[in-house]
Design a binder for this molecule. Structure first.
Ligand SMILES: Cc1cc2nc3c(=O)[nH]c(=O)nc-3n(C[C@H](O)[C@H](O)[C@H](O)COP(=O)(O)OP(=O)(O)OC[C@H]3O[C@@H](n4cnc5c(N)ncnc54)[C@H](O)[C@@H]3O)c2cc1C
Length: 548
């Protein structure tokens, strides 16, 4: 294809992604200097459309950014009033008391929120300060400057044919250049992945680790609804097959977030994370709660779990990685939104100082220092051994030793130093011959649902006449390698049913139903041959999460 000519627009700071990290950065930049030109580009059809996290929010990030958020009407309406933690067996449960838990695990003072709504509110605050926000604009490429620095992004390219050539309504998009570019794409961002590889930002770090999180919103019987209640579980149905667990958060309007996370370092390629989630809802504790209610939304997204030791270098010339583009989730707390906000604020402050000093296109080292030595680093460092302990020793020892380690870390030391994660999640998958297929019960259509029915509740949509955004490095690998060796686990790890093996005139074929994709990025992470690359489809495509 001939070189594409694009118009360019110049900004002080270009921000990719309108999640809590990107929006916090935009707000802080304009708080510091109302004259800075700041743009935020978001691939979702509107701000919040791709934000999955129905969350318990630690408000420390918002307190630091907008101290009068209450007066300004932030949608934090449900303080946590009750915090429960259970170990589940198939039919029973044991309550783990709160008192042995380190104080950092306590949810009092936190809020159950729709992060989609929090982001919509943050976008209003940003626009009120003069930030330009463009939803429906996917950033598909990085633009590099003469000295190898990141100079900007390409956004808003539309209308390619399936083979990648310009279609009849082709729009080349435009280049948005900035003195600094902030990448706040969330977990496993496609531009972040390119930057981490190009500038070797993960050299000397542990591999990033991930989980797949799936979530449904339920409207339940008001008699069973207890606004403000937070429940976490471990144990059944995953048992020893994989790490992970569930969350159940009672928010407003008789709604409940029911979610399930499976750590993606599981070994058995027959494991089917989506069906584990469906099975979980048949536990008597959950079934009793949901009976008589209805599921009103579904979604899925990967979650970063590598924490402190997997944090890449955060800056390269002209660019900084914010929030979960770098991986700032505190795993035992299942919380990353507060750190995403704090990282946005810190990156903005570093960029403001640099621009004031007439710098551009260099490394914002002050941002890196603030993340590692400030509140984010302290938050992540205290819990750094919980995930590797679980991976090495399993759930019960990691609960006890991880709890002890979090306590001693709260006092400033660890008996374990810093444990490593070892392999990445793709390489943790073992050959199918070493494992037995798992027999999952059929969904009953009341408490549990088949995958495609549930995907319709993510309201995902992709224009079919564009190139498939899920790229195979070698198209033969799924059938020739992954199928005989690993029973092609893409058929099961994808929570949206994108990947299928079909029989076609006696031959097996790998089919990619990219229209179903909910942008969770699990395929890019878990494919055992590391043969799938998630790229961004055209803007506005993907899920349309209403209120999740
Ligand atoms: C199931 C689940 C439950 C969770 N529960 C909690 C919880 O209870 N509490 C908590 O604090 N945290 C929770 N988290 C973690 C939390 O969601 C993340 O830490 C947080 O979303 C990170 O914010 P972010 O701004 O870095 O990224 P995101 O919130 O993911 O935002 C990234 C934004 O960038 C956009 N984007 C991505 N790529 C591009 C591109 N190329 N071009 C344009 N736009 C792009 C996306 O559409 C999205 O809007 C949970 C995560 C999951 C998956």
């Amino acid at each position: 294809m001939a070189e594409i000519e694009r118009e360019a627009m110049e900004y002080d700071v270009v921000i990719v992604g309108a999640g809590p990290a990107g929006l916090s950065a935009a707000i802080r930049l304009k708080q510091l200097d109302a004259d800075l030109n700041v743009v935020v580009l978001e691939k979702g059809s509107e701000v919040g459309a791709h934000i999955l996290s129905g969350a318990v929010l630690d408000p420390c990030g918002l307190d630091a950014l907008i101290p009068d958020w209450k007066e300004k009407g932030a949608p934090l309406n449900t303080p946590v009033t009750e915090d429960n933690f259970y170990m589940l067996g198939e039919a029973g449960k044991i309550r783990i008391p709160n008192f042995p838990m380190p104080p950092l695990m306590n949810n009092h003072g936190n809020y159950i929120v729709s992060m989609g709504n929090v982001c919509r509110w943050m976008a209003e605050q940003a626009e009120g300060l003069g930030v330009e926000i463009f939803p429906g604009m996917a950033c598909s490429e990085l633009v590099y400057g003469e000295n190898g620095e990141v100079k900007g992004v390409v956004a808003g390219e539309f209308g390619k044919n399936p083979d990648g050539t310009p279609g009849p309504g082709y729009e080349p998009g435009m280049e948005l250049h900035g003195k600094y570019v902030f990448i706040s794409e969330g977990v496993r961002g496609s531009l972040a992945k390119e930057i981490i590889a190009k500038y070797d930002l993960s050299d000397g770090k542990e591999p990033q680790k991930y989980g797949i999180g799936m979530k449904e919103i339920w409207e339940i019987d008001p008699a069973k609804h207890k606004q403000g209640t937070v429940t976490h579980t471990m144990g059944w149905p995953l048992g020893g097959n994989a790490g992970g667990g569930s969350f159940i958060y009672h928010l407003e309007n008789n709604q409940v977030y029911v979610g399930f996370v499976v750590h993606l370092n599981y070994k058995n390629p027959y494991l089917y994370p989506y069906m584990e989630f469906q099975r979980f809802k048949h536990h008597p504790m959950v079934a009793d709660l949901l009976k008589g209610g209805k599921r009103v939304a579904y979604g899925a997204r990967a979650i970063t779990e590598g924490g402190w030791q997997s944090l890449p270098k955060l800056v390269a010339p002209g660019v900084a990685l914010l929030g979960c583009s770098a991986g700032m989730v505190n795993v035992p707390r299942i919380k990353g939104n507060h750190n995403a906000m704090l990282s946005g604020k810190a990156a903005a402050e570093a960029a403001y100082d640099a621009i004031k000093a007439e710098r551009s296109g260099d490394e914002l080292t002050a941002y890196e220092t603030e993340v590692r030595e400030g509140p984010i680093g302290k938050d992540l460092k205290k819990v750094r051994n919980v995930k590797p302990m679980w991976s090495k020793w399993g759930m019960i020892p990691s609960l006890m030793l991880g709890g002890l380690d979090m306590w001693t870390n709260t006092m400033g030391f660890s008996l374990f130093g810093t444990l490593g994660h070892g392999k990445n999640d793709a390489l943790s998958t073992e050959e199918a011959g070493k494992h037995q297929p798992i027999d999952y019960p059929k969904p009953d259509g009341t408490l549990s649902f088949d995958r495609l029915t549930n995907v319709s509740f993510a309201m995902t949509n992709h224009e079919e006449s564009q190139p498939c955004h899920l790229r195979l490095t070698d198209p033969d690998i799924p059938v020739k390698v992954n199928l005989p060796k690993f029973a092609e686990p893409a058929q099961r790890y994808c929570p949206a049913g994108v990947y299928e093996i079909v029989e076609d005139e006696g031959e097996q074929r790998f089919v990619i139903n990219f229209q179903n994709c909910v942008h969770c990025k699990t395929c890019d992470i878990k494919d055992p041959s590391q043969n799938i690359t998630w790229t961004t489809p055209q803007g506005g495509d993907g899920p349309n999460y209403p209120n999740m």
